[in-house]
Design a protein around this ligand. Structure first.
Ligand SMILES: [Fe+2]
Length: 197
């Protein structure tokens, strides 16, 4: 039985290798997602406050589920973008924005490898019976040599995602949840490369 199974596996492997599309598919799978695939833009919404503090922890003692958001800013040539301003804002766990102060608001500047990192709270949903927003984060990315990117990030497995007209699966963070550690959300922003002239 074992010998038979091994033969089947060998035959299967032969079929895959003989498939003329296999090497092409493998090449596509190895192509980094950042290549010529800029992060989609989304509306700013009504709750942006400029002049945010430069800081990584945005929580200011508010209650809620801690969320660590981190990732890189990359160019469409897949190169890290250093010195990009990453400005993050969101509502609290009850769906309320701080429109008078800077709770859950702040910016970071990417390091030499393009990395940014925030500690914030998992945002709640908000709206009413006719207009409902699924949990999301707002962000503006200002690279040193490219145009401003304004967009939003979403979370997988949220029941309201499919009922939110702004939801875009290309803007889903990747969640990592380990025991006794805060929830981590990972997202790499990809910005167009601007020719230097
Ligand atoms: Fe919002």
């Amino acid at each position: 039985m074992l010998k038979f199974r091994r033969k089947i596996l060998q035959a299967g492997a032969g079929l895959v290798l003989a498939d003329p599309m296999f090497s092409q598919r493998r090449a596509l799978a190895q192509t980094p997602e950042c290549v010529d695939n800029p992060t989609p833009r989304q509306i700013e919404g009504p709750y942006y406050t400029p002049q945010t503090p430069r800081r990584s922890n945005l929580i200011d003692g508010l209650p809620g589920e801690i969320l660590v958001l981190e990732g890189r800013v990359l160019s469409t040539a897949c190169q890290p973008v250093a010195g990009a301003i990453v400005d993050l804002w969101s509502c609290d766990a009850q769906g309320v924005y701080d429109n008078t102060g800077f709770k859950l608001r702040g910016h970071q500047i990417t390091n030499a490898q393009g990395w940014y990192r925030f500690e914030t709270l998992m945002p709640g949903a908000y709206g009413n019976s006719s207009f409902r927003r699924t949990p999301h984060l707002h962000v503006k990315i200002q690279p040193p040599a490219s145009s401003l990117l304004t967009t939003q990030l979403y979370f997988p497995d949220q029941p309201l995602n499919q009922r939110d007209g702004f939801f875009n699966p290309a803007l889903l963070v990747k969640i990592e949840q380990k025991a006794k550690q805060p929830k981590r959300a990972l997202f790499d922003f990809v910005v167009p490369v601007q020719a230097r002239g």
